[in-house]
Design a protein around this ligand. Structure first.
Ligand code: SAH
Length: 209
C-alpha cells in the first residue's frame, strides 16, 4: 500500500501502468471514494481491482474498467453524458468529475434509490429509474453514452442519440464469455466502430417487446 493511501495506490498500480493515460481520468479516479459506493461488508475490499457484489445480483465494475470506459468516452468539461446501468453510482460519480452533466439510468428501483443517496454530493448527476436500453430521447443528443451492461447488439436509438463528435462505449455480446467492448464514434454523421477487447458484464435487460 502506498503511503498516500489506497486510491493513489490504485491509480499507480492498477490504472496508469495498464494504459489509463488520460490525466483527467486518473485525477477523477484518485478523487472519488470507491468505499462510499460499496456495501458496508465490502469496504475493506473497495480498492481491489475487481468487481464487487452490490446486491440484487448486480456488481460495481472493476476500477480499471470504469477508468477505461471513461477514457474511451473522451468526456470533456461541459459535455452531457448518458450512463446506462447506474448500479452503485460509482461510475456516474467518476463521470461527473469529467463532464458538465451526467444522466444515469437504472432499471432496478432499489439500486437507483441507493445510488441517488450516495450521489447526493454530486450535483451534476441525475439518477433516473427505468429501462435505459432505448437511451433517453428527451435529453439527447449526448456527447458520450457509456453502457455498463452488455447488449446483444448495439441499439440504433443509442447511436441516434449521439452528438456529432460523440462516443458510445458499450459491451456487446449475447454470451457473457464472448462480449466485446466497442467504442462507436460519430464523425460527419457517420459511425465508426472500434473493438477494444473482451469484457464480461451483466446483461442489459430490456423491458421492450
Ligand atoms: N456503473 C455501475 C455498474 C453497474 S452493473 C457501477 O459503477 O456500479 C450494471 C447495471 O445495469 C445493473 O445495476 C443493472 O441493474 C443495470 N441494468 C441492466 N439493464 C438495464 C437497463 N435496460 N436499463 C438500465 N439499467 C440496466
Amino acid at each position: 500500500m502506498s503511503e498516500r493511501g489506497p486510491r493513489s495506490h490504485m491509480v499507480e498500480h492498477d490504472l496508469a501502468p495498464r494504459g489509463i493515460t488520460d490525466e483527467r481520468v486518473l485525477t477523477a479516479m484518485a478523487s472519488v471514494p470507491r468505499e462510499d459506493f460499496v456495501p458496508p461488508e465490502q469496504v475493506d475490499s473497495a480498492y481491489e481491482d475487481h468487481p464487487l457484489a452490490i446486491g440484487q445480483g448486480q456488481t460495481i465494475s472493476q476500477p480499471y474498467m470504469v477508468a477505461l470506459m471513461a477514457q474511451l468516452a473522451d468526456v470533456r468539461p461541459g459535455h452531457t453524458v448518458l450512463e446506462l446501468g447506474t448500479g452503485s453510482g460509482y461510475g456516474a460519480a467518476v463521470l461527473s468529475q469529467l463532464a458538465g452533466h451526467v444522466i444515469t439510468i437504472e432499471r432496478l428501483p432499489e439500486l437507483a434509490e441507493q445510488a441517488a443517496r450516495r450521489l447526493a454530493g454530486y450535483p451534476n448527476v441525475e439518477v433516473r429509474v427505468g429501462d435505459g436500453s432505448l437511451g433517453c430521447a428527451d435529453e439527447a443528443p449526448f456527447d458520450a453514452i457509456v453502457v455498463t451492461a452488455a447488449a446483444s447488439e448495439v441499439p440504433a436509438q443509442l447511436t441516434d442519440q449521439l452528438a456529432e463528435g460523440g462516443h458510445l462505449v458499450i459491451p456487446v455480446g449475447r454470451d457473457r464469455s464472448v462480449q466485446q467492448l466497442l467504442r462507436i464514434d460519430k464523425r460527419d454523421g457517420e459511425l465508426h466502430e472500434h473493438a477494444m477487447g473482451a469484457v464480461a458484464f451483466v446483461p442489459l435487460v430490456t423491458d421492450q417487446p
